[in-house]
Ligand binder design. Structure first.
Ligand code: F0G
Length: 349
């Protein structure tokens, strides 16, 4: 049985006492070959579907380690700022560990499902008048003033846990040539790069991938080389103007011969629908930035034909019902004796 990312990758994790691991058996998410999109784009594409983690996002990989270390270190409470997924994950793992979880979210700017999760898991929720960057500033102040443990990705254990995603990919298909990944606070791209490099140094793979990170055009501080005071994007998970791991992400792109670029909300939404309707995978808008980025680069001829490519799908589409229901949707009506559906079926027969 899969034991969760800490035990599965123990030799790469800074934990020695197995007895206090807080896990919900996160990780081991499917790497799904995307036959239809591969054909369309002329590449060999796999989706790493991290939306199938216990709380529906990749955050669980880092949270299991951050919370386990908090237990080890005798923390009194954990705190985070979040665009929604970190708070959901933090709330769940803190509940399991018996910690009080304090989560700060930008008021009105997180997807409904994510807020519902924080409520369900019993977190202490504060809606901040301000965006994610403001919430994170406040978290840092409160943590130092009141001795709380921060479980945002400035906590080093978060990235160490998240690197397990790279290990899992390599364990299944070896090292891909390109990894496309959304960039918000810029932790995950840094974590993946750390994972690939560690596997390389340990002789588990003998090549390294190009790391291709994508920000939303209205929230693209790294691409534009400046802090964005008022970031805006439909992909609320990556609505961040001053990422914590900025330098690490730039380094990952540079060292790997990749890049960090941006995609528009239109490109994100188009990739979001295309992925769901052609592969049956419903990922959240921020996650779709990875596929949007691949489409952009494939169309520009940057990606050689038949390259082995992985798009990281960071979160589950069900978390954000409002975005999909805001699209033009076609729900037909029928009476219970078939008036409506019969005409339709005759029309397509
Ligand atoms: N995709 C999703 C679904 C996310 O929730 C996030 C970040 C990212 C991508 C970007 O990852 O920050 O490591 O570059 N969400 C954070 C949160 C900020 O609070 O849940 P990153």
């Amino acid at each position: 049985m899969w034991r969760g990312i800490i035990e599965e990758y123990m030799e790469y994790m800074p934990i020695s006492d197995k007895s206090r691991i807080i896990t919900m058996l996160e990780g081991n998410t499917p790497l799904i070959y995307a036959a239809n999109i591969s054909k369309d784009l002329g590449v060999e594409l796999y989706f790493k579907y991290d939306g199938l983690n216990p709380t529906g996002s990749f955050k669980d990989r880092g949270m299991t380690l951050a919370i386990s270390k908090a237990v080890e270190e005798g923390a009194k409470a954990v705190v985070c700022a979040s665009t929604g997924n970190t708070s959901a994950s933090c709330a769940a793992y803190a509940a399991k560990a018996g910690f009080k979880a304090i989560v700060l979210i930008p008021d009105g700017k997180i997807a409904k499902g994510k807020l519902a999760q924080a409520v369900a898991y019993g977190a202490n929720i504060f809606a901040v008048d301000g965006n994610f960057d403001a919430a994170l500033r406040l978290v840092k102040e409160m943590a130092s003033r009141f001795g709380l443990t921060i479980v945002n990705s400035l906590n080093p254990y978060r990235l160490i846990g998240q690197k397990s995603g790279a290990f899992e990919i390599c364990d299944v298909i070896g090292c891909p040539e390109y990894v496309f990944i959304p960039v918000g606070n810029a932790g995950n791209i840094s974590a993946y790069w750390m994972g690939f490099k560690e596997y390389y140094e340990n002789g588990r793979i003998d090549t390294l991938p190009h790391m291709m990170g994508f920000q939303a055009a209205g929230a693209a501080p790294i691409v534009e080389g400046r802090v964005i005071e008022n970031p805006e994007t439909i992909a609320t998970a990556i609505r961040i103007g001053n990422p914590v791991s900025w330098d690490k992400a730039v380094n990952a792109a540079r060292e790997s011969g990749g890049e960090i670029d941006k995609v528009t909300d239109e490109e994100i939404l188009s990739a979001y629908r295309y992925m769901a309707s052609s592969e049956g995978i419903f990922a959240e808008p921020a996650s779709s930035a990875s596929l949007a980025g691949l489409i952009k680069k494939a169309e520009n001829g940057v990606i050689p034909k038949n390259s082995k490519v992985v798009c990281i799908l960071t979160g589950n589409g069900l978390k954000d019902p409002d975005t999909v229901m805001g699209l033009q949707i076609d729900i037909k009506h029928t009476s219970d004796n078939g008036e409506g559906i019969i005409e339709y079926l005759e029309g397509i027969a």
